[in-house]
Design a protein around this ligand. Structure first.
Ligand code: TRP
Ligand code: SF4
Length: 341
């Protein structure tokens, strides 16, 4: 049995990109390993520091989404990052072990800077630029050996391994070099509009908390083959988002034959987009229904999920406090000989 640490930024409710990209994997892994999931509010603040209410609101959303989609609080500790002081402290120590050159090569951060106007050029903050160091502290403060994440997070895990190695070289063998686990196949989910990434900021997401009506509306306005205007026009399912999601939900389910049939019928001009959208709506609504119901139930008495978060955070602090103390001893900054009474 290993120890898992993973997390999400609370910048919005979670969508099916999160689900297929990593949540599903975490739900499966939680029975096998000691698991901690971090609601990374400090990391969310690195690019939302001017909108703290948004981050606070989404801590609740993400917590409810976790519980809705099968994260089981008897198996997984759900943890609030800002309530784990060891993480912030280790971030400072680790910042000495990483060069500016190394940070500026991080492809994930580069991509984010490119996508978000407010991070460009002179507006790039020290906090955002350095958040991979804080993410390494998230992982190492638990001495986790397994990190289940989406593929875009691999550079963060690589940096974490480097920091662990550097610490161990300088101060003595202590931190575990963690391994990432990325789900096979559907690790990145495309958006309703055909964009290569489903994301809240692009407005092209199906959320775990969407109602059946919202799901229907979204699917009916999804990008399909623009050349297929009538039912008997020959279509191109390969570029069509309705087909893409059908495949996504099928890969993670049964009914492979049906999928083949849809493909052929579309190509042969024997199937209309409206029927396709109706069928997909039913598939997605049925798939998300248990999540939706569980979320509803949890929302009724918010003190229950809040208590789950409190308990998870308390248990996490027991682990991280100890690791922090041991790391500080190795760094010769414990000063117990002066400060211990
Ligand atoms: N950076 C991750 C994301 O954007 C979230 C995250 C924060 C995380 N801390 C973590 C993931 C630690 C894995 C481990 O999705
Ligand atoms: Fe897409 Fe279905 Fe329309 Fe073909 S028939 S373009 S698969 S929605």
């Amino acid at each position: 049995m290993g120890r898992i640490l993973t997390g999400d930024r609370p910048t919005g409710p979670l969508h099916i990109g999160h689900y297929f990209g990593s949540l599903k994997n975490r739900v499966e892994l939680q029975t096998l390993h000691e698991t901690y999931i971090l609601i990374a509010d400090l990391q969310a603040l690195t690019d939302n520091f001017d909108d703290p209410q948004k981050v606070r609101d989404n801590v609740k959303e993400v917590l409810l989404d976790y519980l809705a989609c099968g994260i089981n609080p008897d198996k997984t500790n759900i943890v609030l990052q800002s309530k784990i002081p060891a993480i912030s402290e280790l971030t400072i120590y680790f910042s000495n072990l990483v060069t500016m050159a190394r940070l500026s090569r991080n492809p994930t951060v580069k991509e984010e800077i490119k996508q978000k106007q407010h991070l460009a050029g002179d507006s790039l903050t020290y906090g955002f630029f350095g958040y991979p160091v804080s993410q390494a502290a998230d992982i190492l403060s638990f001495n986790a050996d397994i990190v289940p994440v989406g593929e875009d997070q691999l550079p963060m895990i690589e940096l974490t391994r480097e920091i662990a190695r550097r610490f161990n070289q300088i101060y003595g063998q202590f931190f575990v070099e963690p391994d990432a686990i990325v789900p096979k196949g559907s690790s990145r989910v495309m958006g309703l509009d055909g964009n290569s990434k489903m994301s809240k900021s692009l407005g092209n997401a199906i959320y775990i908390k969407d109602t059946p009506d919202e799901i229907k509306q979204k699917i009916f306005s999804a990008y399909t083959d623009p050349l297929k205007l009538r039912k008997n026009d020959a279509g191109h399912p390969d570029g069509c988002m309705v087909y893409y999601y059908r495949k996504l939900f099928t890969e993670n389910n049964i009914a492979q034959n049906e999928l083949q049939q849809v493909y052929q019928q579309c190509k042969n001009g024997e199937r209309g987009c409206v029927l396709c959208k109706q069928e997909l709506t039913e598939i997605v609504v049925n798939f998300l229904k248990p999540f939706y119901e569980k979320r509803r139930e949890m929302e009724k008495d918010i003190s229950i999920p809040f208590k789950i978060l409190r308990n998870g955070t308390r248990k996490a602090n027991e682990v991280t406090d100890k690791i922090l103390q041991d790391a500080k001893s190795l760094m010769k900054i414990d000063y117990n000989f002066i400060f211990k009474i």
